[in-house]
Ligand binder design. Structure first.
Ligand SMILES: *[C@@H]1O[C@H](CO)[C@@H](O)[C@H](O)[C@H]1NC(C)=O
Ligand SMILES: *[C@@H]1O[C@H](CO)[C@@H](O)[C@H](O)[C@H]1NC(C)=O
Ligand SMILES: *[C@@H]1O[C@H](CO)[C@@H](O)[C@H](O)[C@H]1NC(C)=O
Ligand SMILES: *[C@@H]1O[C@H](CO)[C@@H](O)[C@H](O)[C@H]1NC(C)=O
Ligand SMILES: *[C@@H]1O[C@H](CO)[C@@H](O)[C@H](O)[C@H]1NC(C)=O
Length: 400
């Protein structure tokens, strides 16, 4: 009797503390990049500043210049926790600096910004000798059983920023893809990664609460962009199946409830409100989309700019023209001005005939230091392709 009560108590305790589908921790180098987070107002008047640039400084390749290996990577995004700035990249390969031969690869990797005034300086804390080639975002045991098989493997790739939820916690969305050979893959859905930074032990823990957060039968909310406003996380997902990447759909969840599906609500532009009912993507749902682009979207970042007095969406379209464009809105739900103002045309790499840049994103936190007006300066990041490989490049742009 006593025994069975105990068992019952344990079962209740376990149900409360949800077991993640995958979890792992890494020690992180103690490198601080402090900034003052913006406090976006909920509703504001329209844009006051033009989207013209006064200066562009090309910082070239973002890299850990002291790494043991020569590292190539693509995609990626950043966020800050406890004054540390993390970058997460997709497919990462390590080459020996002496032989030039590939020594290891992982589906994704993490690194930390060393110095906001030198954005091309990173410090890798995965893909180093002490971690080997395990991906930063852990595979489930089932996914991991396919690792190392190039013709049949899982990939966890992100092309967007993580979003800070509290001083020590962030969320990030990754597409879950399975390759059946070098050319064909199926995207099964997306997954949520939760980052928890422990400033005492200097560790970051990366958890995936479930293998999939959204299956591919719904929009991949969060995979395009995320922004937190007044303790609410807004998660944007592109309709890739029916809109040709023109429509963006929106979910929201109160910060602190992000791992509980019951708290998610979905935007419907036709009513102008959110409901617990998700629009079902069995056809194009233009009337429920939060943004109907006049160009198709590929990757981007939504953030509040004090300088422009507006939410900005800085993005790449999917015409592979290597050009950063910007949309603006007075609130995260719009109305979005879809005039696609060109910000900057980045120089494509020499790879074959189509060395286009991809994975364009903005990192506003680099220029949110005391004495700066947030949004006046941005770090723009993208993947560059030279003839042999792909790597991240950074631009520091300043608005007029
Ligand atoms: C981060 O840095 C800023 C500016 O130096 C400081 O005001 C703030 O307290 C720091 N935050 C944390 C969590 O250490
Ligand atoms: C890799 O996966 C393919 C397809 O599932 C399978 O036929 C093959 O045996 C696997 N190879 C190895 C080395 O596991
Ligand atoms: C979605 O996932 C299912 C398996 O769950 C797969 O059969 C289907 O091909 C996927 N759809 C797309 C559009 O990738
Ligand atoms: C939309 O943005 C364009 C370009 O920045 C601007 O010229 C136009 O006035 C804006 N429209 C509205 C309605 O604010
Ligand atoms: C590609 O870029 C890397 C990094 O700048 C450089 O070391 C390498 O030589 C380049 N390869 C070619 C073929 O241009």
């Amino acid at each position: 009797m006593i025994f069975s009560t105990l068992v019952l108590l344990c079962a209740v305790a376990l149900a409360g503390a949800q077991t993640p589908a995958a979890s792992q921790s890494f020690p992180i180098p103690s490198i601080l990049t402090s900034h003052v987070p913006t406090r976006p107002p909920y509703l504001k008047t329209p844009v006051k500043r033009p989207f013209t640039l006064s200066t562009v400084v090309d910082w070239g390749r973002m890299n850990d210049w002291a790494q043991v290996y020569n590292i190539y990577r693509d995609g990626g995004g950043s966020c800050s926790l406890y004054n540390r700035t993390f970058w997460v990249y997709c497919d990462t390969t390590a080459y020996s600096k002496t032989t030039g031969k590939i020594v290891g690869a992982a589906s994704n990797s993490m690194t930390i910004a060393m110095d906001f005034s030198h954005p091309n300086r990173l410090k890798d804390f995965t893909m180093i000798p002490s971690t080997g080639w395990k991906p930063a975002i852990p595979f489930t045991d089932y996914e991991a059983s396919f690792s190392g098989n190039v013709s049949s493997r899982y990939a966890l790739w992100t092309y967007t920023n993580c979003v800070q939820l509290s001083e020590t916690r962030a969320m990030h969305f990754f597409l879950v893809q399975k390759f059946y050979n070098s050319y064909s893959s199926i995207q099964y859905g997306n997954t949520m990664a939760i980052y928890t930074m422990d400033p005492v032990t200097n560790q970051i823990t990366i958890e995936r609460p479930e293998q999939y957060w959204y299956l591919n039968t719904t929009y991949a909310y969060g995979s395009f962009a995320s922004v937190v406003v007044n303790n609410v996380a807004y998660l944007y997902g592109i309709d890739t199946s029916y809109s040709g990447n023109y429509d963006v759909h929106l979910a929201k969840v109160p910060v602190g409830y992000e791992t509980n599906r019951n708290y998610y609500r979905y935007y419907d532009a036709s009513t102008g409100g959110f409901s617990y009912t998700m629009p079902v993507p069995t056809a194009r749902r233009q009337s429920s989309a939060v943004i109907q682009g006049t160009e198709p979207f590929s990757t981007g970042t939504v953030f509040w700019s004090d300088y422009h007095n507006a939410f900005l969406l800085v993005f790449f379209n999917n015409w592979v023209d290597s050009t950063f464009r910007v949309l603006s809105a007075p609130s995260p739900i719009g109305p979005w001005n879809v005039s696609n103002t060109v910000l900057y045309h980045s120089t494509p790499g020499p790879r074959q005939t189509n060395g286009f840049n991809y994975g364009g994103n903005a990192s506003p936190i680099y220029y949110q230091q005391p004495g700066q007006v947030a949004g006046k300066d941005l770090l723009l990041q993208y993947t560059y392709q030279n003839t042999s490989n792909r790597y991240a490049k950074a631009l520091h742009v300043t608005f007029t």
